[in-house]
Design a protein around this ligand. Structure first.
Ligand code: PMP
Length: 407
């Protein structure tokens, strides 16, 4: 086993900056569940942040065809194929009404690289980023890597997991540079109503605060929730706004690794320079597949949405049947985010969890169901369950939790 040393004469084996990064808790839970499954255990995993559907056939066909063309065995421009940038411009106008130019687009290795590069490009050391909590686990790590300071603004289930302008204003300081905004939200599934998106955007504009808005779940909304894009609601914000998106959730393409960032030209140019030294272009064949996805219709996501909607209702009602669990009805993405405060402190097969992380550990050990604890997304006291899995597995998995907590 290697040990870190703080002696001034011996360099650290791993840098302080990288050594302080926490493992992605969501990927860790998913990996643990998959490993147990591979050993033949009947594990049911609610950890996954990805659709359980295959990529639509026409997209796969386009990729197979592209792989046969030697031209696609080569690098593309670091910032992405011109055709793909154009498709992103057209798709953005079609889906959210946001009008941008191709020189405002950078194609990235999944939305995740877009998050990383956006913060690396915008932040100087000490710059503060307002982070509505519960937040996606990757945001604060990317902020810290860039030398920034994540400032959590917690909105609980009592307020539908939606931060208010008053809360943001209370957290604002003269070092506040950026607000991270994610709607529909991972992990809570909350969707901001248009008037609240506008109010937040107007507040940011008034105070000269940049908005990084993550729109990756734009097509996964339910009931009467409606997705709106902040720079469309507040057009004057365009010069201080970065939109993050990708094909992963809409076209069941998580493994293809295609995302993008859209922003003011100078920011996109700087981020492209960074990417040109870090990873160059996204896999050429994946980019070709993404062109086909984005220039096609949205029938695949509509079909997925129907399945997710059905599973959402089942999951939420089953969770709410558990004494001590309270699950607001999410109206977006594919996650339920129940409070488990009422379960903590209770004895479960002789063990007494005091945190949601301990509870998640007990659930995995005792009934072989993998859930992600709230600690991955902010405060303890919550679990995140993805409903992007088969209906039967979903009922069996939540049923196991129900039975365990009823003992
Ligand atoms: N943003 C959010 C909120 C997400 O949940 C994810 C995926 N978990 C991403 C961005 C990035 O997705 P990808 O890198 O697969 O495109």
């Amino acid at each position: 086993m290697s040990t870190q040393t703080t002696s001034p004469t011996t360099p650290r084996r791993v840098s302080t900056r990288i050594g302080s990064i926490a493992e992605s808790a969501t990927l860790a839970v998913d990996a643990k569940a998959k490993a147990l499954k591979a050993q033949g255990r009947p594990v049911i995993g609610f950890g996954a942040g990805e659709p359980d559907f295959p990529t639509p056939e026409a997209i796969v066909e386009a990729a197979v065809e592209a792989a046969r063309q030697p031209a696609n065995h080569r690098y593309t421009p670091a910032g992405g194929l011109p055709d793909l940038k154009q498709a992103i411009v057209a798709k953005t106008l079609r889906d959210s009404g946001y009008q941008v130019g191709a020189d405002q687009v950078l194609v990235t290795n999944g939305g995740k690289q877009a998050v990383y590069q956006t913060f690396a490009t915008l932040l100087d050391p000490g710059d503060e980023v307002l982070l509505p909590a519960p937040y996606w686990t990757t945001y604060p790590e990317c902020v810290r890597l860039a030398g920034g300071v994540p400032v959590e603004v917690f909105a609980g289930p009592d307020q539908g997991y939606l931060v208010t302008v008053d809360q943001l204003e209370a957290a604002r300081t003269e070092r506040t540079k950026v607000l991270l905004f994610c709607s529909p939200s991972n992990p809570t599934g909350a969707v901001y109503p248009p008037e609240q998106v506008r109010a937040v955007g107007e507040w940011a504009l008034e105070h000269g605060i940049w908005v990084v808005t993550d729109e990756i779940y734009e097509h996964l909304v339910y009931d009467d929730a409606r997705f709106v894009s902040m720079p469309v609601e507040v057009p004057e914000l365009a010069d201080t706004c970065v939109v993050l998106n990708g094909v992963a959730k809409t076209y069941a393409m998580t493994g293809w690794r295609v995302g993008w960032m859209i922003g003011p030209k100078d920011v996109v140019k700087a981020a492209t320079n960074l990417q040109s030294h870090a990873t160059s272009n996204v896999a050429n064949v994946s980019q070709r597949a993404a062109v086909t996805a984005l220039t096609g219709d949205l029938s695949a996501v509509h079909a997925m949405r129907e399945a997710f909607d059905r599973r959402r209702r089942t999951m939420v009602s089953m969770l709410n049947e558990i004494d001590g669990v309270e699950c607001p009805t999410p109206t977006g993405a594919f996650y339920a985010y129940p409070s488990v405060e009422g379960v903590l402190g209770r004895s479960i097969r002789g063990r007494v969890p005091t945190t949601s992380a301990e509870l998640a550990g007990i659930i995995l050990d005792e009934v072989e169901v993998a859930v992600v604890p709230g600690e991955a997304f902010g405060p303890s006291g919550f679990l995140r369950l993805s409903y992007a899995l088969g209906d039967d597995d979903l009922v069996e998995g939540v049923g196991r939790i129900q039975r365990l907590l009823a003992e």
